[in-house]
Design a protein around this ligand. Structure first.
Ligand code: 2HA
Ligand code: ZN
Length: 271
């Protein structure tokens, strides 16, 4: 058996959480990540027949039965993942009936997966239907994105349009736009269901006055999506109170989308 602490997926989780913490997006226990792993790859590091504990998830995800995820722990700090991955992360397999999480590694102080597991697993199930290569669901509290929630209308079309106007690359990076949920109680199955519903259409979903969810094929890609929204939100917050003299026009966005051959939300432009 190879050393799990040297597994590329553990290394990637350490680097990503450290990066997000240092950007100030994940204070205290803010944020959570789940990453769908390849069973054969995990089998090189862990005995897949050895279940440490079985933990009920509180909901049912039959389409994910047997799938293995590495997931950040509840109450755990992104700041600490790098120095103690075995306590702050866990590797879980969804049971055959889709109701339990079988702990294969981690949460070494007796802890468990993030309180936002419903939103994560329901989003994985929704994204996998749209994109069978989706692997990652990431939640974070990026500062400027959050600030923008307080001063910008929380309308999907208007919010996306403003972000697209803020940096030339935006419409190319997230041509499918950004979904927006109103403020809701977090950690519940209801916010999970609402997030998954948006994930059928969007890879990015704002939780108003709370944070953002992103989904993608890799940790890098998903991080990059959130990073690009955050950059655009930063430009917005640096300029929203100043007279606007210039902007990227809708016809310029069409030129970008056509040149880079991305399928974009035409209904989010005002043509
Ligand atoms: O896990 O970010 O949404 C801490 C959170 C809850
Ligand atoms: Zn949160």
């Amino acid at each position: 058996m190879k050393d799990i602490l040297k597994a590329p997926f553990v290394e990637e989780m350490k680097k990503t959480t450290a990066n997000m913490y240092r950007l100030g997006w994940d204070e205290r226990n803010g944020g959570n990540i789940s990453y769908l792993l390849d069973e054969r790859e995990v089998g090189e590091y862990l005995d897949l027949k050895r279940v440490i504990r079985t933990i009920p998830t509180g909901f049912c995800a039959p389409s994910l039965a047997g799938k293995i995820f590495i997931v950040t722990g509840t109450g755990k700090y992104f700041k600490n993942v790098e120095k103690d991955p075995e306590n702050n992360l866990g590797i879980i397999r969804i049971s055959k009936d889709g109701k339990d999480a079988e702990l294969l590694w981690g949460y070494s102080d007796g802890g468990k997966f993030t309180s936002e597991l419903p939103a994560h697993l329901m989003s994985h199930a929704a994204r996998l239907k749209v994109d069978p290569e989706n692997r990652v669901v990431m939640h974070s509290h990026p500062t400027y994105t959050l600030a923008m929630n307080y001063v910008h209308e929380l309308d999907e079309k208007k919010f996306t349009h403003t972000l697209w106007e803020m940096c030339t690359e935006c419409i190319v990076v997230f041509p499918d736009g950004v979904g927006v949920l109103p403020w809701m109680l977090c950690g519940t199955n209801s916010i999970g269901e609402a997030t998954a519903e948006k994930m059928k259409e969007f890879r990015l979903v704002i939780w108003a006055m709370h944070g953002i969810y992103g989904a993608g094929k890799t940790l890098d890609e998903t991080f990059g999506l959130i990073e690009t929204v955050e950059k655009a939100a930063q430009i917005y917050m640096l300029t929203a109170h100043l007279p606007r003299l210039n902007t990227i026009k809708d016809e310029d966005m069409v030129k970008l989308a056509e040149f880079f051959k991305v399928k974009y939300r035409k209904d989010f432009l005002n043509l």
